[in-house]
Design a protein around this ligand. Structure first.
Ligand code: UDP
Ligand code: MG
Length: 354
């Protein structure tokens, strides 16, 4: 998906404010991840608002701006910001890979303990960030913004969004009022371990739930877009529905696909067998002709489908084994560990390194 994380080095860094140069090398507390696609008009106001808000918060920070193959002057604008403030790190994609890929590149590059995602179009207010961070400190792993007083079109945006949020909450079991709000804060290990592809960035809280994360919501403001246009149209509604099917399957059955396909196959097989068994009984013991009975077709169809379902389940099991093992992808994540053996290993490792 992402060919290579090529961070193009800038020629002149001398312009940057010297104090930001020092801050830029040490590991920050916050990593702000911002995807940008054709947002040239937003870069400057975003820089101003964000810097002001972040300096008020007082934590050390870095900003990772991902230029997602913009066709306008977004990259040049980001370069200007970078030359002025070294806390900004700019990643330029070779082409438009989409918001999910951009966010993934940001998560991969993030060095902070806490990752913040925010839209470039200033629809989110950076002054809401401290509220989310406060909530995170109460012991949550993801805190999501919940936009109040939405400024968008009712029919095109808000009703589909309400339906989507209800469906996603029900099906994935992670209840949120506003999945669509990009303004979110995450503990770094959560952001880095949520495998994203396609357009699944909308489902991060649900997808991360396999790790056993605690998710909270905090009301945030919503503002209208001033510069540029939205990148999504009505087509998003159908893509979200299809993605929802994928996510629900991934969450519930990815580690046990046979349970899903097998159950359907088992039910179909049982009904099919009962039908054919009944017909066989009539033919053999009651000597009734069964050749003109349409229900026989149904019985045969159900049994063929049942065999196929079980086969698909078996293939899915093999595919999943290949998916998890070669990549060393864990099927679980540990929060605490009380284990003398592990402790000894750790101490030995530390001694060796010292
Ligand atoms: N975005 C991106 N790549 C894309 C589409 C969008 O990086 O292919 C960025 C965009 O620049 C913005 C954010 O993702 O910062 C959200 O996009 P947009 O504002 O168009 O979505 P909406 O607010 O309309 O849901
Ligand atoms: Mg927007």
């Amino acid at each position: 998906m992402i060919e290579q994380n090529q961070i193009v080095p800038s020629e002149t860094k001398s312009e940057a404010i010297p104090e930001t140069m020092e801050m830029a090398v040490s590991k920050p507390y916050l990593s702000i991840v911002i995807p940008l696609y054709n947002e040239e008009g937003n870069v400057e106001p975003l820089y101003k608002e964000l810097t002001q808000a972040l300096e008020q918060i007082g934590h050390t920070y870095e900003v990772i701006a991902i230029n997602d193959g913009s066709r306008d002057r977004t990259y040049e604008k980001l370069q200007e910001v970078f030359e002025h403030d070294a806390r900004w790190r700019v990643i330029g994609f070779r082409r438009n890979f989409g918001q999910t890929a951009a966010m993934t590149a940001g998560f991969d590059a993030a060095r902070g303990d806490v990752v913040v995602t925010i839209d470039a179009d200033l629809q989110n207010n950076p002054l809401d960030i401290p509220k989310l961070l406060e909530k995170l400190d109460e012991g949550y792993d993801i805190v999501s913004g919940w936009r109040q007083n939405r400024k968008e079109n009712y029919i095109k945006r808000r009703i589909p969004s309400m339906v989507a949020n209800g469906l996603i909450s029900r099906l994935t079991g992670v209840e949120l009022h506003d999945y669509g709000c990009t303004l979110k804060v995450y503990r770094s290990e959560v952001a880095k371990n949520t495998e994203l592809y396609g357009e699944l960035h909308r489902f991060i809280p649900a997808l991360a739930s396999w790790m056993g994360v605690k998710v909270a919501e905090v009301p945030v403001g919503d503002r209208a877009r001033t510069y540029g246009q939205s990148k999504y149209g009505m087509g998003r509604i159908f893509r979200v529905i299809l993605d929802l099917i994928t996510v629900t399957f991934l969450l519930k059955y990815a580690t046990k696909p046979m349970h899903f396909f097998g159950t359907i196959g088992f039910i179909m097989g049982s009904v099919g067998s009962a039908i054919l068994g009944g017909l066989a009984f009539e033919r053999i013991f009651l000597s009734q002709p069964i050749g003109d009975r349409p229900i026989m077709m149904l019985g045969i169809l159900l049994i063929i489908l049942a065999v196929q379902m079980v086969s698909v389940g078996l293939i899915a099991e093999v595919v999943m084994r290949n998916y998890y093992n070669p990549q060393g992808k864990p099927t679980y994540m540990v929060r605490h560990q009380l284990d003398v053996v592990e402790e000894k290993k750790l101490i030995a490792k530390q001694q060796r390194e010292a």
